[in-house]
Design a protein around this ligand. Structure first.
Ligand code: 13P
Length: 248
């Protein structure tokens, strides 16, 4: 996958009718030159994989259980996501941390399980508004990066995503200096943790990325792409974000 990546997190949106958006995306970007990852609800992964075929769009899950199988009603394992056609999985999203109480230790175990199933991991970190106001942003992000990354993670199977919780779904976006500061800190952590290969790990920004702010965000230092929520649900808007990344 190229270093520049546009990833779409569909969250709990989309049914069979939404597969038409994938057809439109494939038609709009037959040879994108940047990485495209769509993470639909798990119920759509298999059907979406059939629609994608050999087109250059990767599919991902939005979370996974740490165990390979077992008595965990309502959960899904990394191996199941891979079996359905996923090559990636989002882990550590703030909505999972908040809605499901997922701690750094849980996310670490999920990351190990995902790698064991051969999935690449899109690992999300980010501070709440209260943590930013208290001047704790870099402490929080450092703790999350260090706590969620296994020592033996393959850097080529890792994508980082900085998603300030207060920017998700709010239309509020940090300014360029704020994004550059956190992305620079994540890059330094990756280099110290993973050596030179840490310099190659893509670092995506996520939180209210839209067609009209994407180019500005992609011009910020150490921003390698975006993890997009709402604007990834429609091919028309996600396509414009992909185009902005292509010319960044
Ligand atoms: P929005 O783009 O809707 O703010 O969502 C961002 C996000 O949480 C992606 O994972």
């Amino acid at each position: 996958m190229p270093r520049k990546i546009a990833a779409g997190n569909w969250k709990m949106h989309g049914d069979g009718a939404a597969l038409a958006e994938i057809d439109a995306l494939i038609a709009a970007h037959p040879d994108p030159g940047v990485g495209i990852v769509i993470c639909p609800p798990a119920t759509l992964i298999h059907r979406m994989a059939e629609r994608v075929g050999n087109a250059p769009i990767a599919l991902g899950g939005q979370s996974c259980h740490a165990a390979r199988s077992g008595a965990h009603t309502g959960d899904i394992s990394a191996a199941m996501l891979a079996d359905a056609g996923a090559s990636h999985v989002i882990l550590g999203h703030s909505e999972r941390r908040i809605d499901h109480g997922e701690t750094d230790a849980v996310i670490l175990a999920q990351t190990q399980s995902a790698r064991g199933a051969g999935l690449s991991v899109i690992l999300c970190v980010g501070e709440t508004a209260a943590q930013r106001d208290a001047g704790m942003t870099l402490d929080v992000v450092t703790r999350q990066v260090m706590g969620c990354l296994p020592d033996d993670i393959d850097p080529s199977a890792l994508i980082m995503a900085y998603e300030p919780v207060w920017a998700i779904g709010t239309g509020r976006v940090p300014d360029g200096d704020q994004i550059a500061q956190v992305h620079g800190a994540i890059r330094a952590l990756l280099l110290s943790r993973l050596g030179l290969a840490g310099g190659q790990v893509p670092i995506l920004y996520g939180g209210s990325v839209k067609p009209d702010n994407a180019a500005t965000i992609f011009a910020i230092a150490d921003v390698d792409g975006a993890l997009v929520g709402g604007a990834a649900l429609k091919a028309a808007s996600f396509s414009q974000i992909i185009t902005a990344l292509q010319s960044a």
